[in-house]
Design a protein around this ligand. Structure first.
Ligand code: ZN
Length: 525
C-alpha cells in the first residue's frame, strides 16, 4: 500500500536521524584520535572512519533521499511541513546536489589526491620545498575549477566556494568589505609600528608556567563563561579544536606550553566560544543537519567575540587578574594589571597567521583571499605563488618571509582543498564587532557586567539571539535579526582603532603617571 504524507515524513525523519547518528559516531572517533588514542589503534580507527563516512555519504545521496526530496518539494507537500522540516529539506537538497553533480570516480580521485597532498605538504613545509608541493596544488586547483563548472556559478567562480562556508557570501560583497578594511587597517598597523611604545610580553615566554595550573585557570574561566561541563569536557590535543556531537556533548581541546603562557588560555577561551554556540542550539534540531552553527563565519564570530573582545579586554582582566595571580603568585608577582593587559594586546606584524594579533590578523586573510580568487579564476599560476606571497606580505604588513615555510607553505588548508574557507576568519571578526556594538546597546551596564564577571548574562543573550537557531536561519538573517544591519566592517575598524590607539598612546600615560596620574583603562563606546 502506498504510504501517505505522514508515513513518508516519518520515514524521511528516520533517514535524516540515521545520517546524523553516523556523523556523531564519526565525531567521537575523530575526537578520540586527536586526544590520545593509542598509536597502534589508529589504523583500525581509520577503517571504521572509512566505513561510516562512506555509509553516511551513500545515504545522503541515495535514490531514497532523492525520492523524498522531490516528494516533499512538491508545493502541496512543502506547505504542510513545519519550518524546521522545510529548512531540513532545503539543507538536504543542497548536500544532495553538491554530491550528485560530481561523478563518483572523479570525487574518489580527488579524495586520494588531497590526502596525499596533505602529507606531501607537511614534508614540503618542513624542508622548505615549494616545488615539491606545487604539482599537487595545481591539480587541486584544477579539480576545484572543474567542480565549480559542474555545480554552476553566477558571477564569479569563487562565489561557489565562498557559499559553501558562508551561504550567501559573494566576491562582489567581499571585495568591498576587504577594501574598506584594508583602507583603515594598513595605516593603523603602520601607526602602531611607528609608535615608540612597545608593550613588553616577555613575561609570557619564561619557561615557568606549570601546565596543571594553566589547566586549572582555563577550567575556571570556561566555567565563568557558562560552558557546561555536564555537556562537555576540556582535553589536550596538538591543535586546539571544538567538536560537537549534540548540544549535550560538545568537547573542546587546548594545548599547554610551559614557555608560552597566553597560548593555551586564549585557545581555551576561543574554543569555549565555539562550544557555547553548539551547546545552546535548540534541542529540537539535535538529530538533524540543522543542529550546528549556521556558517563558519558566524561560528568564528562567537569564538573571537569571547577570545578578543571579552578575553582581551581591560574590564575582563580587572575582574580575573587577581584570580590568575592566586594560581601563579610568583610568576605574576611583579606584573601590574596594566602591563598584563598591554602584553596580551601586543601588535606586531608577523609572518605566521595563527600567531597574529587581532589587528594584523585580517591582513593575513586578505592575502590568502586574493590569491585564492586569482587561482580559481586562472589569473595567476601556482608556480608564481611564492613571489606573489612575498609581494603581498610586503605591501600589507611591511615584512617579507625569507623562505616559503614561513610564507606560502604555512597553512594546511590548500593541501586539503579548503578553498573559500579563509575569509570566514575575517568575517567572524567583523560579525563579532557588530554583535558587540549591539550588546553594548542592549546592556547599558555592559562594562559593569564584565567587571563583575557576570559573563553568563552575555552567554544567555547570545544563546537566545544566535545560538538556539542553529542552521535554521542563514548567516545574513542571523546578523540582521541581531544587529538590524547587513554586514558592516566599520564596527570592527572602530573597535580596533579605539582600543589600540589607547594602548599605543601609553608613552603619554607613563609621563602622566610620573606626574602623579595613574594609567586609565581605554574608554569604551
Ligand atoms: Zn575558531
Amino acid at each position: 500500500m502506498e504510504k501517505n504524507f505522514e508515513g513518508l515524513l516519518q520515514d524521511f525523519q528516520e533517514l535524516v536521524h540515521k545520517i546524523k547518528y553516523y556523523n556523531e559516531a564519526l565525531a567521537v572517533i575523530f575526537w578520540d584520535l586527536r586526544t590520545g588514542a593509542p598509536k597502534k589503534g589508529v589504523p583500525g580507527r581509520a577503517k571504521v572512519i572509512g566505513m561510516l563516512s562512506t555509509e553516511a555519504f551513500r545515504l545522503s545521496t541515495s535514490q531514497e533521499m532523492g525520492d523524498y526530496l522531490s516528494y516533499f518539494e512538491q508545493k502541496d507537500n512543502f506547505s504542510k511541513l513545519d519550518p524546521i522540516y522545510r529548512a531540513i529539506i532545503e539543507e538536504c537538497r543542497k548536500e544532495y546536489d553538491r554530491s550528485k553533480k560530481i561523478p563518483e570516480a572523479m570525487y574518489k580521485e580527488y579524495v586520494i589526491l588531497t590526502s596525499e597532498a596533505e602529507s606531501v605538504w607537511e614534508e614540503a613545509k618542513n624542508t622548505d620545498n615549494f616545488s615539491m608541493f606545487s604539482p599537487y596544488l595545481e591539480k587541486i586547483v584544477d579539480f576545484n575549477i572543474k567542480f565549480i563548472d559542474l555545480w554552476g556559478f553566477k558571477d564569479n567562480k569563487y562565489d561557489t566556494l565562498l557559499d559553501y562556508y558562508e551561504p550567501g557570501m559573494t566576491v562582489e560583497k567581499l571585495d568591498r568589505i576587504f577594501e574598506q578594511l584594508r583602507e583603515r587597517i594598513v595605516p593603523l598597523v603602520q601607526k602602531i609600528k611607528d609608535s615608540s611604545y612597545k608593550p613588553d610580553d616577555s613575561m609570557f615566554f619564561r619557561n615557568c608556567y606549570d601546565t596543571a595550573r594553566q589547566e586549572e585557570f582555563s577550567l575556571m574561566i570556561l566555567d565563568k563563561m557558562g560552558y557546561s561541563f555536564d555537556a562537555g569536557r576540556l582535553d589536550v590535543s596538538e591543535h586546539p579544536f571544538t567538536i560537537g556531537m549534540t548540544p549535550g556533548d560538545v568537547r573542546i581541546t587546548t594545548h599547554y606550553y610551559p614557555d608560552n603562557f597566553s597560548s593555551a588560555l586564549f585557545s581555551s577561551i576561543h574554543e569555549g566560544g565555539h562550544a557555547l554556540y553548539e551547546q545552546n542550539i535548540n534541542i529540537e534540531l539535535e538529530d538533524t543537519p540543522l543542529g550546528t552553527g549556521t556558517s563558519m563565519g558566524i561560528h568564528e564570530s562567537q569564538s573571537r567575540f569571547w577570545e578578543n573582545i571579552i578575553g582581551r579586554s581591560y574590564n575582563f582582566w580587572s575582574c580575573y587578574y587577581e584570580d590568575l595571580k592566586k594560581i601563579f603568585p610568583e610568576e605574576f608577582k611583579s606584573v601590574s594589571l596594566e602591563d598584563f593587559y598591554k602584553a596580551i594586546n601586543k601588535v606586531e606584524p608577523s609572518l605566521i597567521r595563527v600567531e597574529a594579533d587581532e589587528v594584523t590578523y585580517n591582513l593575513h586573510i586578505m592575502i590568502r583571499y586574493e590569491i585564492e580568487k586569482a587561482l580559481i579564476n586562472k589569473e595567476v599560476k601556482v608556480a608564481d605563488l611564492p613571489r606573489i606571497w612575498k609581494e603581498k606580505m610586503k605591501e600589507y604588513l611591511g615584512i617579507e618571509p625569507k623562505n616559503d615555510k614561513e610564507g606560502v607553505l604555512q597553512d594546511v588548508h590548500w593541501a586539503g582543498g579548503s578553498f573559500g574557507y579563509f575569509p570566514s576568519y575575517t568575517l567572524g571578526n567583523i560579525y563579532s564587532a557588530q554583535i558587540y556594538h549591539t550588546l553594548r546597546k542592549q546592556f547599558s551596564n555592559f562594562d559593569e557586567l564584565i567587571k563583575k564577571g557576570e559573563l553568563t548574562k552575555l552567554k544567555d543573550w547570545l544563546g537566545e539571539n544566535i545560538h538556539r537557531h542553529g542552521k535554521l536561519l542563514t548567516p545574513a538573517e542571523i546578523l540582521k535579526s541581531v544587529t538590524g544591519e547587513e554586514i558592516n566592517s566599520g564596527y570592527l575598524i572602530d573597535y580596533l582603532e579605539s582600543k589600540y590607539k589607547e594602548i599605543y598612546n601609553a608613552r603619554l600615560s607613563i609621563i602622566a603617571f610620573v606626574s602623579g596620574t595613574a594609567w586609565k583603562p581605554p574608554p569604551t563606546y
